[in-house]
Design a protein around this ligand. Structure first.
Ligand SMILES: C[S@@+](CC[C@H](N)C(=O)[O-])C[C@H]1O[C@@H](n2cnc3c(N)ncnc32)[C@H](O)[C@@H]1O
Length: 275
């Protein structure tokens, strides 16, 4: 797809008129119309802003196709919800720490089929959620609709999507092992910067242990190992309120195996004003 097609498709998905998009970008609606009918292209400096307003990445605007993992797409194509509909237990921990007494903003990174994002939205949070799998996102949207709530779901790759907004809660479960190792420090710093003071990051990441075998399927699935305890080091300057490591049995794919997962909940401290 060329950029004009991407803009018109995304704009319509978000229910925006040409004027609505133009207002958000501070340009004329004629400019938007010209981009969409390909009689001109947006200026390069506008691309990050357009990508942000259309909830996509600059890569996707330029027609780059997401390289998704067939593994998840195949499972998410099924009618049944592969991860079930029960929320992750960490969602309850988050609710205890940050009850939705005001509309707190949540970001769910790698939301899969959306069960956790929908859970948060049903409980009064204002939720944004993305995943690499378009099939997962479609199912998330359906789940939200069936529950009569709204979640801002969109497809993005955590390795190239950059946040424009700030969040009170950033949550991610079972996804950080798809983050490229050389990008870890900068992506996590970026997430921390885009967390409001007093807000929290709740991250669950699979870690390697010498006594747990890594399956060939996992090795081939673009997953990058994390060391036990590594996630905590990225949050040494925050208040770590939960730090756990759990080894559990799993039967996904019909083969009994074990996983080890680190669970971290950290709070962003309020910056002291220097007088
Ligand atoms: C183990 S599943 C966890 C899904 C969900 N968080 C849950 O707990 O139900 C991992 C998810 O990460 C997504 N994923 C993999 N690579 C990704 C990437 N580069 N960017 C965003 N999401 C990705 C997959 O599509 C999949 O939905």
């Amino acid at each position: 797809m060329n950029i004009g097609n991407v803009i018109v498709t995304k704009r319509k998905e978000l229910g925006l008129t040409q004027q609505g998009l133009a207002d958000k970008l501070n340009v004329s609606f004629q400019a938007v119309s010209k981009w969409e009918n390909e009689s001109s292209c947006p200026e390069i400096y506008l691309l990050p802003q357009i990508a942000d307003v259309l909830h996509t990445s600059v890569d996707a605007l330029l027609g780059y196709e997401f390289k998704t993992h067939g593994y998840y797409d195949d499972r998410y194509k099924e009618e049944e919800y592969f991860w079930g509909l029960q929320p992750n237990e960490t969602c309850y921990e988050i609710m205890k720490l940050k009850p939705p007494t005001k509309p707190l903003r949540v970001l769910d990174i790698g939301c899969g089929e959306g069960k956790d994002a929908v859970f948060f939205a049903k409980n009064g949070y204002k939720v944004t959620a993305f995943d690499l799998s378009a099939d997962g996102i479609e199912k998330g949207k359906r789940l939200a609709e069936n529950n009569g709530i709204h979640v801002d779901f969109f497809q993005a790759d955590l390795n190239d999507y950059r946040l424009q907004d700030n969040y009170d809660i950033i949550f991610s479960s079972g996804v950080f092992d798809y983050m490229k190792p050389d990008l870890r420090a900068s992506i996590i710093e970026h997430l921390k910067e885009h967390t409001n003071e007093n807000g929290l990051n709740a991250i669950k990441v699979f870690v390697e242990k010498p006594f747990i075998e890594v399956s060939d399927k996992k090795k081939k699935a673009f997953r990058y190992s994390w060391k036990s305890g590594e996630i905590f080091t990225y949050y040494h300057d925050w208040v770590i309120s939960q730090m756990d490591e759990v080894i559990y049995d799993c039967n996904s794919g019909g083969m009994p195996h074990k996983h080890c997962i680190d669970i971290m909940i950290s709070n962003k401290p309020v910056r002291k004003s220097l007088k």
